[in-house]
Design a protein around this ligand. Sequence first.
Ligand code: ATP
Length: 349
Amino acid sequence: MQRQPNSTETGSSPAFAIEATNLGVTYSNGTEAVKDVSLEIPKGEFFGFLGANGAGKTTTIKMLTTLLRPTTGQISVNGYNAETDPRSVRESIGYMAQETSIDPVLTVRENLNFACRAYGVPSAKRGARIDDLLELVGLESKTADRAGMLSGGQKKRLDVAMTLVHHPPIVFLDEPTTGLDPAARNRLWEYFREINRQGTTVFLTTQYLEEADALCSDLALILDGEIVATGSPAELKAQVGGDVLEISLDDPSETAVEHARAIIEDSEVVASDEIESIQPTEDGFSVTATHARRIGTTLLVRLTESGVTITGFNIRSPTLDDVFLTLAGESKNDAADREIRPNGHRMEA
Ligand code: ATP
């Protein structure tokens, strides 16, 4: 049976499924992969840890699952201290790593049996448990197939099932849908939602903003090892500062976009503080503004009157992509500021 934290081990029932304070990792080659990361994730949450390649997601997940010792900071998972009681942490979690843990030579059922043995599931309970999991991930018809013959999506589903054999109260999923086609990805999303509905806390890392938006109730954005924003998808989108007016141009060159930007900024019909940002896009540019829906028509008329040829437009609510672009842009500016103003003053050429 899986051990549960009790009052003698933990002092009290843990308030959070995961608590991490001031985590930092510097690898032996000097790479500072994670800097001062703190997380408090309540039980039952579907939490998303969002960041680009190399941002520090896997490094963080490895610390939380006790596979990597942090250089600084403290971790508590399910009420167990990761440094002093790593075994209890490991027994109380499921971890789906980026690399598959399935054995291609074994059949689907044999792989699940192996996972049951590894996690100490009593043999009398294994059959029923495996049947339940095969049903959960829709692999009932594949039980006797060699795992190596499964499609990429089916392998991921088997991986999910193997992560769950011991009924862990928390599962860590490290970029579980990378490389899958949309249908396979959507199918996995359904299983993740179902696991969470059944009460399991989910810690998901992803670089797909759409995935984080679809699944997670709370998010942290990590950029270059640091958490730069936290909140629900709606709260993060609200930080973007308005709706987004996307404008396509017949000439989307940098010069043409700069010309359009100058027209908008010089325009008296729009107060300058209404416009949050103007960003180039593949086929034109986008304007983020507090009242994009109200000022949109006026802007389009102004641009057309000034000789700009508009081939299409669209007004939409912000997405997490906009949040990411805004935050990544701000962070780059901060870094540039740090570089050119080492003493708080701009260096003159
Ligand atoms: P991805 O989405 O590509 O998996 P990630 O967000 O998970 O990226 P990490 O794998 O945590 O990022 O890597 C964070 C940083 O640490 C990167 O700069 C990476 O090159 C570096 N890094 C990771 N593992 C090691 C290691 N064992 N030794 C040295 N540097 C490492």
